[in-house]
Design a protein around this ligand. Structure first.
Ligand SMILES: Cc1cc2nc3c(=O)[nH]c(=O)nc-3n(C[C@H](O)[C@H](O)[C@H](O)COP(=O)(O)OP(=O)(O)OC[C@H]3O[C@@H](n4cnc5c(N)ncnc54)[C@H](O)[C@@H]3O)c2cc1C
Length: 395
């Protein structure tokens, strides 16, 4: 097996790395996916998105006719990996904008929807949130209750979404609603595009356990959304949603974050003293780091396997779930071991000299906890591996 990247892919990676060096402030230690939407940092996030859009990099794998560069999925994955490894904010136009709202609209949107929404995503001007989860529907998403009732040329939407990342900074919501209550649950769902400025929509931010404002509750109180904002056919939204979820997978984000955290731990160990001895000479610490390096390599291979399958037009199912479980859990393990290696000072954050690496390992440790919940919990992924992958019965 030949796992090497092509010369063109290697060249593209070097180009991205050079650009990052030039465009990130010196000493930048990174930011994680959810932290980038916190009001304290969001101006930087927005500026970075505009710069990336100007390079045409926000929509690398989109076809040229829609403002993309027609590059391969592998090149897009390389881009995402480099951006996440270096903690660059603003790479996805909210949650979903570039990764699944745009690509799904390219497949199923009307001409009008494509004209209205694709250019402002590609130019870094329109931010998106994703409205799937509700207080009573997460893993069992098809049970969602937010209701859309047809009234002339509008739907009237009433209900509540929760955990919507970036909703407090978003212009539009990629929204799953129930349009029929009389049929089996999967068959009564529709996907609509909701302008977040529409009267009746209220967003209430939730502070996450890392202290950042990242996800939100969204309340819909008799909100009028034009029927022209329906994506695909009414009541066939579950199938559109399934396609959008497929665009969400690869696991490269987890792999990039783990690799970064591991590089920080290694850097710390290389310079730290443990009593009279250098920490780097401690066999237990060296073994631990070597062990983490193996796990991170596996994680990266799993992620590129998913990207490779997508690039060949195959639908990764078992492979995507394996990448998700291993990726998210490895990210947690690496950050947790980092906390142990740094010792008690690992809990100090901010600009003080007492905070090792300005608290970046702590930030990773806290934010990585949510990765085994977001985008399908580890239990649900294991169910998929057991049933679709190993052929075990569903019930
Ligand atoms: C950081 C973060 C960002 C998020 N961003 C968004 C977003 O932008 N938009 C959005 O719509 N949602 C978002 N979510 C929500 C996320 O998709 C849900 O939290 C997730 O799907 C789990 O749903 P739940 O929280 O309702 O938990 P539940 O589904 O209630 O699950 C509770 C527990 O039961 C377990 N469980 C449930 N069913 C089964 C089963 N059949 N077999 C075995 N175990 C089971 C779960 O694994 C879990 O441990 C985000 C979540 C996080 C943490």
């Amino acid at each position: 097996m030949d796992f090497r990247f092509t010369p063109q892919e290697e060249q593209f990676r070097s180009e991205i790395q050079a650009w990052i060096k030039e465009n990130l402030p010196p000493g930048w230690l990174g930011i994680d996916r959810e932290e980038q939407f916190d009001p304290a940092i969001f101006d930087v996030t927005r500026q970075m998105a505009k710069k990336l859009a100007a390079k045409g990099w926000l929509t690398l794998a989109w076809p040229k006719e829609y403002g993309g560069q027609g590059r391969s999925i592998i090149e897009q994955t390389i881009f995402q990996e480099e951006m996440m490894f270096n903690g660059v904010p603003g790479t996805t136009m909210g949650i979903g904008g570039t990764q699944w709202v745009g690509p799904t609209l390219i497949l199923y949107g009307t001409d009008q929807q494509k004209k209205e929404h694709l250019p402002p995503i590609a130019s870094g001007d329109r931010w998106w949130c994703t409205g799937y989860s509700e207080p009573g529907s997460g893993s069992d998403l098809a049970s969602l209750q937010t209701r859309a009732v047809r009234d002339g040329d509008d739907y009237i939407v009433t209900g509540q979404k929760i955990w919507s990342s970036a909703a407090h900074v978003s212009d539009y919501c990629w929204l799953a609603v129930r349009t029929n209550t009389e049929v089996p649950k999967h068959k009564g769902i529709s996907m609509i595009l909701a302008d977040m400025k529409t009267p009746g929509i209220k967003v209430r931010p939730i502070v996450n356990l890392a202290g950042a404002v990242s996800f939100n509750e969204i309340f819909f109180d008799n909100v009028r959304i034009p029927v022209r904002n329906l994506v695909g056919e009414e009541n066939r939204g579950w199938y559109i949603l399934a396609v959008a979820l497929d665009f969400e997978r690869s696991g490269i984000t987890y792999a990039a974050y783990s690799r970064k955290t591991l590089s920080y731990i290694t850097q710390f160990v290389a310079h730290a003293q443990h009593g009279p001895r250098r920490l780097a000479n401690n066999a237990i610490v060296r073994n631990l780091i070597a062990d983490l390096a193996i796990q991170v390599q596996i994680q990266r291979r799993f992620a590129y396997r998913v990207a490779w399958m997508q690039s060949k037009g195959k639908v990764p199912s078992l492979e995507a779930s394996i990448a998700k479980v291993w990726g998210s859990e490895t990210q947690q393990r690496v950050a947790a071991e980092g906390m142990r290696v740094l010792g008690l000072y690992s809990q100090v954050e901010g600009e003080t000299h007492l905070a090792p690496l300005k608290g970046r390992i702590l930030a990773q440790y806290l934010s990585s906890l949510s990765n085994t919940i977001a985008a399908g919990t580890s239990e649900i992924q294991r169910n998929i591996i057991a049933t679709r992958g190993l052929g075990l019965p569903r019930d």
